[in-house]
Design a protein around this ligand. Structure first.
Ligand SMILES: *Cc1c(COP(=O)(O)O)cnc(C)c1O
Length: 489
C-alpha cells in the first residue's frame, strides 16, 4: 500500500466512468441492437448448440487488468448471444419456460439502475412488492390477509411453502430443536407426477425423501383421492404424523390438475396443510374462461407459482402465498441485532421480506412484475394464456389426425405429449428423432416418459408461437420419423 497515496487510490478505486459519453453511446447501441434481436427470434433456429469456439472463449485466465466495454460487447455478441437456451423462440416448448417481453428487457435496466436491495426497511420497493402480492392474492382467490413473497422461482416458492408447512404442522418447535427432536416421523403426500422440487425441498428440510408418499394417479395423471385417504390412515396407524398434501395445478409431464377441491376437503377433515404447486398451472385462473381448471387452488394453505413461465416476466421470479401470515413470519423471522427495526428513518419499514424467506439481500423483482401487470393488464395476459391452451388443442387434433403419430396423454391444459409410431424399438428411435429435431433447429420440444413410453412433450407457455409453428413441428417430426424408420427397416 505504501507506494500509492490516498489521492491516487481514490482515482484508481472509483468505478464510475470518468467520461460518461462513451458509456451513453454504448448504451444506445446495445439498446437498439437488443430490441432488433428481440424482433428477429423467428429468423433464427430454435436452438443452436454452443460451438467449440464459443465454449473455448470461457476457458480464459482471471482478468487482472480491465478491458474496453466495446470489446466485451463484441465478445458477447459473438460467443454468448446466439447460444442461449432458446426459450425466447416461437418454437421452443421444452420444460416450462417463459419467453420474456420487450419492455421486460427495459425494466431490467431500470431495476439495475436503482440497484436497490429489497430485503426490507423503509423504501418504495417494499410497497411495490406488497402491491403485486395483493393483486395475485385477489386473482388467485386468496384473502387479503394472506402474506407472500417473491422468490427466484417455483422451486424456491415450493421450499418456502413447505418450510412454513413443516414448522406449522410439526407439533414441536422445529426452529429451536431441529428435526432430531421429532417424536414421530413426519410425512407428506404428492404423486409421481409432482415436480421434483417438492422432493428436493423435503430433503433440504431434513425430512428425508422417504417422508414423501407418492399417491397413485388415475388414467388422467390426477391424484387418486381414495388412495390418498388410505395412505394417511395407514401412516397414522403406524404411528407416523401426516402433515401436508401437495396438490399440483398443472403437472410438468402432462399439465394435469390434481382434484384440488377434494384434496382441500381431505386436508380439512384430516387437519393437514394443503400446499399447491401451480408453477405454471395456476395462471389459467387469470382467465374467466379457464378459471374452473384450477378450482380448489384458492383453498390451499400455501400456493407456489412462477411469474417467469406463463406470464413471461424476465427471469427469474416466482411467488409463494401463505394463508396464515403469522405462520409465515414465525418460520423465517430470526433475531439479529443489526436488523432490528427502528421507529423511524431508513431502518423502519412496514414489512421485511428478509423475515419471510431465505434471502437477506434481494433483487427488486417486484418492479418487473408491476410493470408487466400494468402494461398489459390481466385481460391481455389471460388472452395469451387462452391462446396457448387453444394451440395445445390444435396440436392435439393434428397429432390425432396423423396415422404415424401416437398421442400419449389427454391434453387438459397446455401440454401435448406424443411420439412417432415405429414398428420396433420405439423409445430409442424417438430419442434419436428428438435429437435430430433439436439439431435441425426446427423446434425445441422436450420429452416425457408416460406409462413407460418415451415421447415428445410440448409445453406451450409461449406468446410468440402461432399455429403454423405447430405444423412445422409436426412436419419435422414426420420427416425425421420417416427418415429414421427407413434407416432401421
Ligand atoms: C417449473 C416448475 C417448478 C419449478 O419452478 P422453477 O421456477 O423452475 O424453479 C415446480 N413445479 C412445477 C409444476 C413446474 O412446472
Amino acid at each position: 500500500m505504501g507506494v500509492v497515496n490516498t489521492l491516487d487510490l481514490e482515482q484508481i478505486g472509483a468505478l464510475d466512468p470518468t467520461d460518461w459519453q462513451p458509456v451513453q453511446q454504448m448504451g444506445h447501441l446495445m439498446l437498439d441492437e437488443m430490441l432488433e434481436f428481440m424482433q428477429t427470434h423467428s429468423e433464427r433456429p430454435a436452438w443452436v448448440k454452443p460451438p467449440a469456439a464459443a465454449v473455448a472463449a470461457f476457458d480464459a485466465p482471471v482478468p487482472m487488468q480491465g478491458a474496453d466495454l466495446e470489446d466485451l460487447y463484441e465478445q458477447f455478441k459473438e460467443h454468448i448471444l446466439p447460444y442461449a437456451l432458446g426459450n425466447a423462440h416461437p418454437r421452443f416448448w421444452s420444460w416450462v419456460n417463459g419467453c420474456g417481453t420487450a419492455s421486460g428487457m427495459l425494466v431490467e435496466m431500470l431495476t439495475a439502475a436503482m440497484n436497490t436491495n429489497a430485503f426490507g426497511a423503509e423504501q418504495i420497493a417494499i410497497y411495490v412488492e406488497q402491491q403485486v402480492l395483493a393483486w395475485f392474492k385477489e386473482l388467485l382467490g386468496f384473502p387479503f390477509s394472506a402474506s407472500g413473497i417473491l422468490v427466484s422461482g417455483g422451486s424456491m416458492a415450493n421450499l418456502v411453502g413447505l418450510t412454513v408447512a413443516r414448522n406449522a404442522m410439526a407439533g414441536f418447535d422445529v426452529k429451536e430443536l431441529g428435526m432430531a427432536a421429532a417424536p414421530q416421523e413426519l410425512v407428506c403426500y404428492a404423486t409421481a407426477q409432482t415436480h421434483y422440487s417438492v422432493r428436493k425441498a423435503l430433503e433440504l428440510l431434513g425430512m428425508g425423501s422417504k417422508s414423501l408418499r407418492l399417491i397413485p394417479v388415475d388414467a388422467n395423471f390426477q391424484m387418486d383421492i381414495a388412495e390418498l385417504q388410505n395412505a394417511i390412515h395407514e401412516d397414522r396407524g403406524a404411528g407416523r404424523k401426516p402433515i401436508c398434501v401437495v396438490g399440483t395445478a398443472g403437472t410438468v409431464n402432462t399439465g394435469a390438475v390434481d382434484p384440488l377441491d377434494r384434496i382441500a376437503d381431505v386436508c380439512t377433515e384430516e387437519e393437514l396443510w394443503f400446499h399447491c404447486d401451480g408453477a405454471f398451472g395456476a395462471m389459467p385462473a387469470l382467465s374467466p374462461r379457464l378459471k374452473s381448471m384450477t378450482t380448489g387452488m384458492e383453498r390451499a394453505d400455501s400456493l407456489a407459482f412462477d411469474l417467469h413461465k406463463w406470464l413471461h416476466v424476465t427471469y427469474d421470479v416466482g411467488c409463494t402465498l401463505i394463508r396464515d401470515p403469522l405462520a409465515h413470519h414465525m418460520t423465517f423471522a430470526t433475531s439479529g441485532s443489526y436488523l432490528t427495526h427502528m421507529p423511524g428513518g431508513v431502518a423502519a419499514g412496514p414489512f421485511w421480506f428478509s423475515e419471510h424467506g431465505l434471502q437477506l439481500s434481494r433483487q427488486f423483482r417486484a418492479l418487473k412484475v408491476w410493470f408487466l401487470m400494468k402494461e398489459y393488464g390481466v385481460e391481455k395476459l389471460a388472452a395469451s394464456i387462452e391462446m396457448n391452451v387453444e394451440q395445445a388443442q390444435y396440436l392435439e387434433a393434428r397429432v390425432r389426425r396423423e396415422s404415424e403419430l401416437e398421442l400419449l396423454a389427454e391434453v387438459p391444459m397446455n401440454v401435448v405429449c406424443f411420439r412417432y409410431l415405429f414398428d420396433k424399438d420405439a423409445d430409442n428411435l424417438n430419442r434419436e428423432l428428438l435429437v435430430r429435431l433439436h439439431d435441425s433447429g426446427i423446434a425445441g420440444p422436450s420429452f416425457a416418459f408416460l406409462n413407460g413410453k418415451f415421447g415428445f412433450r410440448v409445453a406451450i407457455t409461449n406468446h410468440r408461437s402461432r399455429k403454423s409453428d405447430f405444423d412445422m413441428l409436426v412436419d419435422g417430426v414426420l420427416k425425421f420419423g420417416r427418415e429414421i424408420a427407413a434407416e432401421n427397416s
